[in-house]
Design a protein around this ligand. Structure first.
Ligand code: SAH
Length: 319
């Protein structure tokens, strides 16, 4: 999954295969930008502060966020340093084009970020990291591998705590768990908060959530590896536990629809619709898609990982 994902993001424009929130509505990145601005104030306005995005895709979220920040909180704009964590050279180019004259530092992974207070945004980043799948057979777990283009199962010595029924599938995303633990340590030591938005259930459970998409349609993940987008559900409860064990406070996961409405997303979308009547219909349809429970409003969730000294976090007050 890691190799297929790297090949896919390096060579293709993933946005032919799926639509993400920042590509659907500019109000998404604007609201997240203002969330970062309010968080910066709650942190005591550190200067400099890192504004980090992991997996920034085409750079749309960051472009929308920076524009909103520029307009609403120029002090924050002056204090922030943009750092993007992106492995794909092709998408780095797209980000550079999109972000124009903003000074940006790119990183292969989070370990090279400079030491400073940080506000991090990540939308549909963790779902792209590789999972392992274990299957319960009798009293032991087997692990699913790929060999000669097929799934095979081998007995595993993995120690998984849960009792599980016969045939249950347990997914473990070690890269995402390491990431959450790292974040938890970072914000506790250096200050800050991270907003992780992705899709997955609220509770840890069993099931096969590996999915591949091509041109908006589900496809067998093994037919053309490296040419299709492969993702899996994010286990928010496990991420929160990993970040919490590292010292951080976590908020959520909150359904994306609820979180966005609390940030004023619908008001902003309605304003955009009024400002540009020609695209009003599309604006409102996108806003509905991002927030409606039957669309992206419930399956997508927001989880915040923050410094325990940060008492209030916009959007999570009444969570
Ligand atoms: N956040 C964007 C893009 C989501 S697609 C949006 O919402 O539109 C996933 C993004 O994560 C892409 O930019 C991809 O290149 C990047 N990515 C995938 N695996 C990565 C990894 N291991 N490290 C850093 N970036 C990664």
């Amino acid at each position: 999954m890691a190799r297929a994902g790297a090949a896919y993001y390096a060579a293709r424009d993933p946005f032919h295969d799926f639509a993400t929130s920042p590509e659907l509505s500019q109000a998404f990145g604007e609201c997240l930008g203002l969330w970062a601005a309010v968080t910066w104030q709650a942190m005591g306005r550190p200067d400099p502060v890192l504004l980090v995005e992991c997996g920034p895709g085409r750079g749309s979220l960051m472009a929308d966020a920076l524009r909103a920040i520029d307009e609403m909180m120029p002090d924050f704009r002056a204090a922030l340093r943009v750092h993007l964590v992106e492995t794909s050279p092709r998408l780095r180019e797209a980000q550079a084009l999109r972000l124009g004259d903003a000074a940006i530092t790119w990183h292969e992974d989070i370990t090279t970020l400079p030491t400073a207070p940080m506000i991090m945004l990540a939308n549909e980043f963790l779902d792209a990291l590789p999972i392992r799948q274990f299957i319960r057979r009798g009293a032991i777990w087997y692990e699913r591998f790929v060999a000669d283009g097929m799934f095979i199962e081998m007995p595993s010595d993995a120690v998984l705590q849960e009792e599980a029924p016969e045939g249950a599938i347990k997914e473990v995303n070690e890269a995402a768990l390491d990431f959450a633990a790292w974040l938890g340590r970072w914000v506790t030591l250096h200050g800050g908060a991270a907003l992780l938005i992705d899709y997955g259930p609220g509770q840890t459970g069993f099931g096969d959530s590996l999915q591949a998409m091509r041109a908006g349609q589900p496809i067998d993940p093994l037919t053309t590896p490296g040419q299709v987008d492969i993702t899996a559900h994010v286990d928010f409860a496990a991420l929160a536990a990993a970040a919490g064990a590292a010292g951080a406070v976590t908020h959520g996961p909150l359904p994306q629809g609820v979180f966005l409405q609390r940030l004023g997303f619908m008001t902003r979308a309605a304003m955009l619709a009024r400002l540009a009547p020609a695209s009003a219909q599309a604006q409102l349809a996108a806003a509905h898609r991002l927030t409606a429970p039957e669309a992206m409003g419930r399956l997508f969730k927001a989880l915040a990982v923050c410094d325990p000294r940060l008492l209030i976090l916009a959007g999570f007050e009444a969570a």
